[in-house]
Design a protein around this ligand. Structure first.
Ligand code: GBH
Length: 484
């Protein structure tokens, strides 16, 4: 006789942080308030044809005015931590000069509200909104931008260092460099493979400058991190050509950051793959790699879907155009993979989200396991994970999103398994707290645990938000299907 026992609840280690994440341009609105100047995303979203339906972050979720209500919502959802970003042009409109007190005051009020609610603030200095004036001076392909970022980090730390204990320098520098300056599907919309590689180095250097500024300005108990969207790269076969395609994408998708950031410098194979585009000897000055390798306290990982690649079939004439088309991140005639434009991208098998991204939690498990093994002693945090689905309001005014619950359940189970096998993962941040401005997709894609009715700005927690609240409160993964 067999008895079916209920599966043991998947409990997380004590102190594991349950949070949600957002980014300034995606939620704040109030783009002309308090002396804020345009960022590259203001310019880009107001350029016809760049963002779906001509949407912009002008109003977004009006979080700038509704932050109290939003923090109350976080309390209701049992969140223990909130990851948000500081808008550089709200604090330093031109990217140079003194800080704007009005801008800093907004973040002081927000952080105080969080602390009062017992929610740990996790501040990211840069989630893609470069002051337009710095772009006009050359943007990330210009070395000076990295120096400016160090000065901005100092201003932010001086103003908020008494309140914020966990800092992140950059969110997903891969996107800033390669979607912003390579494929051009993100601001500033440039399509210059060499510029994208230069941008990557200057983002790394900016991180290094920021770490040194933060260390000097912050109290000793502050912790510093960086968040990467590491690609879980898989080859379509064990054919050597496919394995080499995977190696190339791992180089220009991951190791271009993890190499220098974690102390190994720029990988030789990356330099070789891109030697026709940049003179690495001239780009990386003596001392740069040491500055970039300044120790961090924690590594943030954002994960949505794995990356499946192959080499083009022998004899095929593949243009960069085809490769870029296969990349579901947006239609562009230009590749975000400098030096490896010929690599083909395939949609991994299985169900997809509203972004057309394959749902595959094994990618998250593999990613955590690999990063943990390669970096013993470095605490990790899942700083973004989540999914967009076609959410709609029922006539009763509810949002039922069982697909999102299933996605979160499966991915949290992957995180739990990696931890059980020894990975040091300190927390998980759902992307996103609210439906928001989904970059080039505008408001058409909803990633929120909380539904936003844009015409009224009403917030309506989806079924997944209630599910996630149970997880946060119990420090364990509830069943995907609640009985009853
Ligand atoms: C994050 O970017 C951002 O930090 C956040 O602001 C954003 O709203 C959120 O995710 C949702 O998009 O391009 O087909 O190869 C994620 C960007 C998404 C880029 C997954 C790489 C791989 C799929 N990444 N993408 S594909």
């Amino acid at each position: 006789m067999t008895t079916v026992l209920p599966a043991a609840p998947l409990v997380f280690p004590a102190g594991f942080r349950w949070g949600a994440a957002t980014a300034a341009y995606q939620i704040e609105g109030a783009v002309a308030v308090g002396g804020r100047a345009p960022s590259i995303w203001d310019t880009f979203s107001h350029t016809p044809g760049k963002v779906h339906a001509g949407d912009s972050g002008d109003v977004a979720t009006d979080h700038y005015h509704r932050y109290r209500e939003d923090v109350a919502l976080m309390s209701e959802l049992g969140l223990q931590a909130y990851r948000f970003s500081l808008s550089w042009p709200r604090i330093q409109p031109t990217g140079r000069g003194p800080a704007l007190e009005a801008g800093l005051d907004f973040y002081r009020r927000l952080v105080d509200e969080l602390l009062t609610a017992g929610i740990e603030p996790v501040a990211t200095l840069y989630h893609w909104d470069l002051p337009q004036e710095l772009e006009d001076l050359g943007g990330w392909p210009a070395r000076e931008t990295a120096e400016r970022f160090g000065a901005y980090a100092q201003l932010a730390a001086d103003a908020l260092g008494d309140r914020v204990k966990l800092w992140t320098t950059l969110n997903e520098p891969w996107c800033s460099a390669f979607l912003g300056y390579g494929s051009g599907v993100h601001a500033p919309g440039r399509t210059d493979p060499a510029g994208a590689l230069r941008a990557a180095h200057h983002l790394n250097l900016a991180h290094g400058r920021a770490v040194s500024a933060l260390r000097a300005a912050l109290p000793a108990d502050a912790r510093i991190s960086v968040t990467l969207n590491l690609h879980q790269v898989r080859a379509r076969s064990t054919d050597p050509a496919d394995l080499d395609a995977a190696r190339r994408i791992d180089a220009v998708g991951n190791r271009v950051f993890t190499g220098p950031l974690l102390g190994g410098g720029y990988p030789e194979d990356l330099r070789a793959d891109t030697a026709h585009l940049v003179d690495w000897q001239a780009l990386v000055r003596p001392g740069d790699e040491a500055a970039i390798a300044a120790p961090i306290d924690l590594l943030g990982i954002n994960y949505y879907t794995p990356t499946l690649v192959s080499a083009p079939p022998e004899g095929a004439h593949h243009s960069p155009r085809d490769a870029a088309r296969d990349d579901a991140h947006g239609a562009s005639d230009h590749s975000p993979w400098p030096g490896s434009e010929h690599v083909l991208f395939h949609r991994p098998p299985g169900e997809v989200t509203a972004m057309n991204w394959a749902i595959d939690p094994s990618g998250l498990y593999d990613l955590i396991t690999e990063v943990a093994r390669a970096n013993p002693g470095l605490p990790l945090m899942i700083t973004e994970n989540g999914a967009a689905f076609e959410d709609t309001l029922t006539p009763d005014g509810e949002v039922l999103d069982p697909e999102r619950i299933a996605y979160l359940h499966a991915h949290l189970t992957a995180v739990h398994r990696a931890i059980a096998e020894g990975a040091d993962v300190r927390g998980y941040f759902l992307w996103s707290l609210l439906d928001n401005f989904e970059w080039s997709y505008g408001y058409a894609k909803r990633f929120g645990a909380v539904y936003v009715d844009y015409p009224t700005q009403r917030r309506i927690p989806k079924a997944s938000a209630h599910w996630y609240a149970t997880a946060a409160r119990s420090n364990a993964i509830p069943p995907a299907h609640q009985p009853g």
